[in-house]
Design a protein around this ligand. Structure first.
Ligand code: ACO
Length: 348
């Protein structure tokens, strides 16, 4: 059987604590002017004690389940896209599964900033072939735990957060209409954490050299991103039998405003079709697209019948894009608040 999928639930969660450009000015030699003009970022949320990939995921997932009108036990699969799992193992997916009272398989997916779209495309397969009814896909990062706050070339860019969707099987034409995914692992060092894996264990010398933190060759990543974003989006659109002009809303990965503008120009999209919230969150990697989707819905920019294009690039290097036709009813914030346990906050 080959059917369709639909996003039936969505939710987001970000830590309360905000780190502004002014805060960073006091930590490293930088300026609000430099950060704003080079990246578009004004502030980012960072985790406090007790917050982790699983706590943010669970809060976002509870909203998504409430909006979909289902419970944890109704899920067939949980996919958590992250490079910031609570532990090297077990997976964050396992922790989320238990907390939600789900009785289904769960795993983490690691494709850096492209992870959420890798997860969405994977989930779509199980729904389209009829083997599952509801899948929870989460993008979550707590990059503040692996950022070197003495390195101005990386610490101004990243933030923490989680976004989740429930993707459900549907008979109605819509949902994921086309997607693409890619990988080029020739230069892992362009964006990586060098130590702590099986290639190079943590040593005192490595720690002294700050090799346990994110290291990036920003210029090279920038060039790659501006090249791949438009191409990947066009490929996914082509698989859906569409062109860029057919998109009602474009949700690009929120890594750098200049990269977003370059991709939008390449796709010939007017600003009103492009969703941007990088100023509030910075680059939240795998969480960026689902958080942006939640805010786009909240702002009334998603409606039944809308075609949404999403594209991401990230460490690996990886890239992914998907075209989704919105078919599900849009549940209001009030309805969800009523359905949620008192402890599960609605995303900001
Ligand atoms: N404040 C002030 N000056 C800075 C800062 C800072 N925070 N960071 C770098 N500079 C300086 C540099 O040292 C350099 O000085 P120099 O000319 O004296 O050497 C100067 O500013 C210019 O540096 P560039 O690196 O050329 O600046 P650029 O305009 O390329 O912007 C940036 C840097 C923002 C990192 C950009 O290259 C970029 O966004 N790259 C893509 C990064 C990205 O998206 N990564 C995430 C990928 S997704 C994932 O998987 C997590």
């Amino acid at each position: 059987m080959s059917g369709y999928s639909a996003i039936t639930g969505w939710g987001m969660s970000v830590p309360e604590k905000i780190l502004t450009n002014a805060d960073l000015e006091r930590m490293v030699e930088t300026s609000d002017e430099w950060i704003t003009s080079r990246t578009g970022i004004k502030e980012r949320h960072v985790a406090g004690p007790g917050e982790s990939a699983s706590t943010l995921s669970i809060a976002a997932a509870r909203q998504a389940l409430a909006r979909a009108g289902i419970e944890g036990k109704d899920l067939g699969l949980i996919i958590v896209a992250t490079v910031c799992a609570d532990y090297p193992f077990p997976s964050t997916g396992n922790l989320v599964q238990h907390a939600l009272g789900a009785q289904c398989p769960a795993f983490d997916m690691q494709a850096a900033c492209s992870g959420f779209l890798y997860g969405l495309s994977t989930a779509h397969q199980f729904l389209a072939n009829g083997s599952m009814k509801h899948i929870l896909v989460i993008g979550v990062e707590v990059l503040s735990r692996v950022i070197d706050y003495t390195d101005r070339t990386t610490c101004v860019l990243f933030g923490d957060g989680a976004g989740a969707v429930v993707l459900s099987a549907s008979d109605e034409p819509g949902g994921v209409l086309g997607f693409t995914m890619g990988s080029d692992g020739a230069r892992p060092d362009l964006l990586w954490i060098p130590i702590g894996g099986s290639a190079e264990p943590v040593t005192e010398e490595g720690l002294r050299a700050h090799r346990q933190y994110v290291q990036m060759q920003g210029g090279e990543v920038f060039k790659f991103a501006t090249r791949i974003m438009g191409t990947a989006m066009e490929e996914a659109l082509d698989h859906a039998g569409m062109t860029a002009a057919d998109m009602d809303l474009f949700i690009p990965h929120q890594a750098n405003l200049r990269i977003i503008e370059s991709a939008s120009k390449r796709l010939n999209l007017p600003p009103e079709k492009v969703f941007v919230n990088i100023e509030k969150y910075g680059n939240t990697s795998a969480a960026a697209i689902p958080i942006a989707l939640c805010e786009a819905i909240e702002q009334g920019r998603v409606y039944p019948g809308a075609h949404i294009g999403m594209v991401a690039f990230g460490a690996g290097l990886t890239w992914a894009a998907a075209v989704v036709k919105w078919t599900a009813p849009l549940r209001t914030r009030e309805k969800v608040r009523d359905a949620l346990p008192a402890t599960a906050a609605i995303g900001s």
